[in-house]
Design a protein around this ligand. Structure first.
Ligand code: C5P
Length: 289
């Protein structure tokens, strides 16, 4: 096999609870990751030597800042692999949107290199490498489409089962840096106990399985919302508008993308048109994956 084309999916955080700051500078999280049907497409081709990344998207750097190249370099240093790789990235996931696009691309690169070069890296090896590349990367190495994330978000508990629900994403014209959102977090007020939050996160999955979107609406909290909202007040306006008629709506990750779940695709498309008309923003309609 000389080349391989893989889909690199986006995620949403159905909820994101920040529990505090860690000694390593990261934040302790409790989050529920969910893959969605929005995907980049990535072609990987073996070459004799060197590394080359091509992407037409104006906001994607095609140099060593890109997580695809970082993942490739990590594979090389870890395995001593000689050969080279050419990568063509068809970017569809908004950049810096809170949808994990760069992390997903990094995970896809680890999986592609492992297969193309027959490296026999085990799942624990891949997970360890993923953690080095970023807190969201390990989730994209799982086979399940939903998982609870603890620690930095990279201690994962995969959850079985998929729910057929439509997703509406409201996309903003520019992204937000995850680092700056975390840095501008105010000290968390004393909130619910960890036992309660662990229970809430399981309840979200239970409500989704029975398509009880009203039931899970109060649990879809994102503790990064206030910080992201200060940087981009439009997020709050869109979310308030959506929540009037669609209770299962929240911000994903560190924002700015806002998601909204519904059982009915036609109704979701109508809501997407309304958002575009009212706010002049781009939207995307798809499904939980
Ligand atoms: O791991 P990743 O490089 O994707 O994270 C980007 C930034 O987000 C980190 O440098 C850190 O500032 C912040 N972060 C955090 N706590 C987490 C995950 C990310 O503070 N659990």
């Amino acid at each position: 096999m000389n080349s391989l084309t893989l889909e690199s999916p986006a995620k949403i955080n159905l909820c994101l609870y920040v529990l505090g700051k860690r000694p390593d500078g990261y934040h302790e999280l409790l989050t529920l990751f969910q893959r969605i049907s929005l995907r980049d497409r990535v072609l990987f081709r073996k070459t004799r030597s060197g590394f080359r990344l091509q992407c037409r998207h104006p906001l994607v750097p095609c140099d060593s800042r890109n997580l695809i190249e970082k993942a490739w370099r990590l594979v090389q240093s870890r395995t001593g692999l000689r050969g080279g790789m050419e990568v063509i990235l068809d970017k569809r996931i908004p950049v810096a949107g809170g949808l994990g696009g760069g992390s997903s691309n990094a995970a896809t690169t680890l999986l592609a290199a492992n297969r193309l070069f027959g490296l026999r890296l085990s799942q624990p090896d891949l997970m360890e490498m993923g953690r080095k590349l970023g807190a969201d990367v390990p989730f994209f190495l799982l086979e399940t489409s939903r998982a609870i994330g603890r620690g930095r978000g990279d201690e994962l508990q995969p959850l079985a089962g998929a729910t057929k629900l439509s997703v509406l994403l409201t996309l903003f014209s520019s992204g937000i840096s995850t680092k700056s959102v975390f840095e501008s977090l105010s000290r968390p007020a004393l909130g619910p106990t960890l036992t309660k939050l662990n229970c809430d996160i399981i309840m979200i999955s239970v409500f989704l399985a029975s398509k009880d979107l009203k039931g899970c609406s109060t649990l879809l909290r994102n503790d990064l919302f206030k910080a992201a909202h200060r940087m981009k007040p439009e997020i709050g306006r869109v979310l308030s508008f959506l929540r009037n008629s669609r209770p299962a709506s929240a911000m994903s990750g560190s924002g700015p993308t806002v998601f909204s779940l519904a059982a009915n695709r036609v109704e979701t498309e109508a809501a997407a048109s309304e958002i575009s008309r009212k706010f002049g923003l781009a939207t995307w309609v798809g499904s939980l994956y």
